[in-house]
Design a protein around this ligand. Structure first.
Ligand code: TMP
Length: 212
């Protein structure tokens, strides 16, 4: 095994099963004898979780798009510094529920912030820490919304219209098409067993590539 751990991110619109499948991925890696750290964004440390609260709550004043972008990256700067970078350096594998592809999809595709600005800030925040593999769980917006809707009251981002989530989903699909070496695209509209069979194959291939 390599000295530095691998960095796996899981992405997709709301309701595609990220949390469940992160548990599944972490279990698979642990069964292979690896040390695994799971995290989520925005969040992952006490301070970054407070920023998450600001991003998700229906506050008394609207959050400008630029503030939303910078808060996402502020939370990420803290999580990279306190969780992700030290874990990778210690040889642990990191599995993250969302990372900068979410910013490209939501703030870029959804809100319309130019990609080059996002990538510029990403370079500043985590130029040296980027995912080795990104599992994109893809499902039609209506399917995701239906599943997410059963979880309770929608947060500040979940109240967006269908068109917003269509742009988010399309941006994710464009990112995957542009970087097929890093992305594993999984049809998450199927039942969990089928989804996890595909995820298991992808993780198996990744583990094989590590030992050979
Ligand atoms: P979740 O953990 O339920 O997916 O909530 C995180 C929300 O924040 C979700 O609506 C996606 C959004 N988000 C962004 O808009 N940009 C980002 O960079 C990240 C990490 C999340």
């Amino acid at each position: 095994m390599s000295a530095r751990g691998r960095f796996i991110t899981v992405e997709g619109i709301e309701g595609v099963g990220k949390s469940t499948n992160i548990g599944f991925i972490a279990d698979r890696l642990r069964q292979a004898g690896l040390e695994v750290v799971t995290t989520r964004e925005p969040g992952g440390t006490p301070t970054a979780e407070r920023i998450r609260g600001i991003l998700k709550e229906h506050g008394e004043e609207p959050l400008p798009e630029t503030a939303e972008l910078l808060l996402m990256f502020a939370a990420r700067a803290i999580n990279v510094s306190h969780t992700i970078r030290p874990a990778l350096a210690s040889g642990a594998w990191v599995v993250a529920d969302r990372f900068t592809d979410a910013t490209r999809a939501y703030q870029g595709g959804g809100r319309g912030i130019p990609r080059r600005r996002i990538d510029e800030i990403a370079g500043l925040v985590h130029g040296d820490v980027n995912p080795d593999v990104t599992i994109l769980l893809d499902a039609p917006v209506a399917t995701g919304m239906q599943r997410a809707g059963s979880r309770g009251a929608p947060d500040r981002i979940e109240v967006e219209q269908t068109g917003f989530f269509e742009r988010v989903r399309n941006t994710y699909l464009e990112l995957a098409a542009a970087d097929p070496r890093r992305f594993v695209l999984i049809d998450a509209s199927r039942d969990l067993a089928a989804v996890q069979a595909d995820i298991g194959d992808a993780i198996g291939a990744l583990l094989d590539s590590e030992v050979h």
